[in-house]
Design a protein around this ligand. Sequence first.
Ligand SMILES: C[S@@+](CC[C@H](N)C(=O)[O-])C[C@H]1O[C@@H](n2cnc3c(N)ncnc32)[C@H](O)[C@@H]1O
Length: 453
Amino acid sequence: MELPEKFCERMRQLMNQEEYAQFISSYEEPRSYGLRSNPLKPASLKHLQLEPVAWCNTGYYYRQEQRPGIHPLHEAGAYYIQEPSAMAIAPLLDVKRGEKVLDLCAAPGGKTTQLAGEMKGEGLLVANEYVSSRAKVLSQNVERMGVRNCVVLNETPQHLAQVFEGFFDKILVDAPCSGEGMFRKEEIARQQWSLDNVTICEERQKEILACAVRMLAPGGRLVYSTCTFSPQEDEYIVEWLLETYSDLTILPMNKVGGMEDARVQWSRHETQDVKRAARLWPHKLRGEGHFAAVFENTRTKEPVTNSNGKKSKAKKKSPAVLQVITAYEEFAKEYLDFTIEGRYEVFGNRIYLVPEQMIPLDGLKVQRAGLEFGEETKGRFTPAHALAMALTDKEVTNSCELGDKAADYLHGEVIHTSTSKGWMLMTVDGVSIGWGKGTGTQIKNHYPKGLRK
Ligand SMILES: C[S@@+](CC[C@H](N)C(=O)[O-])C[C@H]1O[C@@H](n2cnc3c(N)ncnc32)[C@H](O)[C@@H]1O
């Protein structure tokens, strides 16, 4: 594999001869493939031969030729395909049900969906992505994985910091970086790499982190991660955070499965605490490589905030809004049997469930306001695909197991079978995959046209 010359030169200077040889030869080895099972949509994965990933209790290695990405259970959100070392990051936040959590650089959503699985649908998860096309992909993945409590935003960190000062219990900054840990996976990462870009990334990371620190609640936790090896974006950044923010302390980490201490000698001022951060190296474990550090905000005093005091005022609902809510409630009475926390928000003819702790959405670039329930047209309610993906067959009055017809359903075909009439949740191996509408002799296909295979 052809690696950028200046990258090799830098690594050669940083490492001793023996380690450099091991590091470089890892690029000639085949890479490992991983998937993470989704606790929100449990399924049997017996059809795959899996080996556990040491640092993630839902993570597994799979063999490339098994191609789990083309199985209907993938479309059903039973698992997320994710590079194994990337699975080490979300657990570091130690999220608890009911917390307010921000994933500031979230697309395509590997770590967001992992956090969502740990939160079990309770609390507030804000997933933000700066690049709008990537925010759409993030939103699709949040939907596929059946997440109920996530608001997807397409904002700058600077604007978020103004709105959410001191608001979040947990913040993840999985920063845009020079991507040296992607070299084996993506040729484009090798082509786009340059020493100048490393420096640009370092500056950008500091700007993003300055915003993240402002949004961290007293006692809150911040996790910083990259998928690159350059000390400028790893040890330097950790040291900079500790030198700049006296309220931040770096926490020790449980380094398992071949993770190593970060290297104090690679920081600018040899700050000893830097070693608490972790390096995941491709020549030391089965993964492409990552860097991670965990910080705690030791400040105890509440800051003056914009957001904490901001509550959604109960606005008088217009007749049009009431019509949408009524249509949903009638649908829910007939077809749903579930309770879920949050507040209704209506945008045009669409109704969403927004997590209770979310502040008013006005003035924010919202990609997904929460869980979309569906839309009303002329008094008739059509449930959203997102709602189907977030439900289990126990939470609906009618469901239909597709079995060997799953591929037909994903193609958009009508399912011929005698059925009851009305909306039904379609499932694959018991996991929801979309809506169908029974006529008595067949089920009309409501799998979204844009997702059909
Ligand atoms: C390493 S990726 C995130 C991967 C994601 N956490 C996951 O696990 O799937 C970093 C993200 O930061 C976004 N980004 C780029 N510039 C940014 C900026 N100035 N501020 C915040 N995010 C930015 C990128 O578009 C990219 O999606």
